[in-house]
Design a protein around this ligand. Structure first.
Ligand SMILES: Cc1ncc(COP(=O)(O)O)c(C=O)c1O
Length: 381
């Protein structure tokens, strides 16, 4: 790979989807088949994902948000309950707790990988706690053993937000069948991207059956139009399932490209004072979903926001995963009594996600690295 010393001629997108002729052909074939709504392709996606995730059941739904929401409802989370989750996540993780009528309680994250800290979770469990909702940030699994142990000890459900973790394994076990429900996203930037869509995987027959009822609705036993459970119309279209099936065929090849891009960044970032990638645990399989660095103003000579602006001026798209949810306006206003979450708050101001995508070439990543080096030299020089 050759590093360029010049600014790119064209901007580099942060995380463009890697869609090829195969996905386009699959969509055309689906449209020709007449199945626009949930049909044989959604069913095939469920079957193939249950093999891939090593889980008994997979239920295809309209989004990762719906996967989380229906999982909480299926597990009986409702008004009066508390659900403990991480503040370093996409707001949907907390929003669905509110949508279920329950209260989100934020536990601080670990300094190393910014995943929820099981020790902080243990301090927050009380008589109102109903569930724990960890997120596998960037593709590094959260530390599930102590979380599952807390769940078992106190009779709590555990729902995983695995939106970043399609390829992750925790201590040698595929993420997907380890807790009561594991929720994946098929959003445009995800490792298996259909544009929109989501999946719930579970080994529990009762949870799978409840989510199937909530996904559409459960028909009653009486007349044709009778219903027994009013659902959320959160089913997945076959058009999107067809794209996801092709993306699943490519998941290993795309994963190899992501892994290589991680290695290129790791080599480069090692030399840059004040810039550190999030830690990975070698006992686990990382999904290489996001390459997140922390920018320490003192060592790196400028804030994360200044780096983001300077990289944008270089034509390099970046993103932030994530601002702490408890600091977002709605959460601040609705839950003003927030406990301090010092690790999450500091990290929220320091994290920056660099371009990563199977649609990018090694040269593209080389351009992002060269721009990062130039910006770093300006700020520290
Ligand atoms: C951590 C996390 N949780 C949940 C979601 C929600 O998924 P969706 O956009 O498919 O609703 C996302 C991203 O989109 C996410 O990054």
């Amino acid at each position: 790979m050759q590093e360029v010393s010049q600014r790119r001629a064209t901007p580099l997108g942060f995380q463009p989807p890697a869609i090829g002729d195969e996905e386009i052909a699959a969509v055309v074939e689906t449209l020709r088949s007449g199945w626009l709504t949930t049909g044989p392709r959604a069913a095939e996606l469920e079957r193939r994902m249950s093999e891939y995730l090593e889980a008994e059941h997979v239920i295809a739904v309209a989004s990762g948000t719906a996967a989380l929401h229906l999982s909480l409802l299926a597990l009986g989370v409702g008004p009066g309950d508390e659900v403990i989750t991480t503040p370093i996540t996409w707001p949907a993780t907390a929003n669905v707790i509110v949508h279920a009528g329950a209260t989100p309680v934020f536990a601080d994250v670990r300094e190393s990988d910014l995943n929820i800290d099981p020790a902080r979770v243990a301090e927050l469990v009380n008589a109102r706690t109903k569930a724990i909702l960890p997120v596998h940030l960037a593709g590094q699994p959260a530390d599930l053993d102590p979380i599952l142990a807390l769940g078992a000890k106190h009779g709590l459900s555990v729902v995983e937000d695995a939106a970043h973790a399609a390829e992750s394994a925790y201590r040698g076990h595929k993420v997907g069948g380890l807790s009561d429900a594991t929720c994946f996203s098929l959003y445009a930037t995800k490792n298996i991207a259909a544009g929109e869509g989501g999946l719930v995987s579970t080994d529990r027959d009762d949870v799978a059956a409840a989510i199937r009822d909530l996904r559409l609705m459960r028909r009653g036993d009486g007349s044709l139009y009778d219903i027994a459970v009013p659902g959320y119309k959160a089913n997945l279209s076959d058009v999107l399932a067809a794209i996801a099936l092709v993306q699943l065929d490519k998941v290993e090849a795309h994963g190899e490209i992501r892994r290589r891009q991680f290695a290129l960044y790791n080599d480069a970032v090692g030399d840059l004072d004040g810039i550190e990638p999030l830690a990975r645990d070698d006992r686990d399989t990382h999904a290489y979903h996001l390459y997140v660095v922390r920018i320490d103003e003192e060592g790196a000579g400028a804030t994360r926001d200044a780096y983001q602006r300077a990289l944008a001026a270089e034509g390099i798209g970046t993103s932030v995963h994530f601002l702490p949810v408890h600091r977002l306006s709605w959460y601040r206003e609705r839950f003003p009594e927030q406990p301090p979450l010092p690790v999450a708050e500091r990290a929220g101001a320091e994290i920056l996600s660099l371009p990563l995508s199977p649609a990018h070439s090694d040269e593209d990543i080389g351009d992002a690295i060269a721009a990062l080096r130039r910006v770093h030299a300006q700020f520290t020089g």
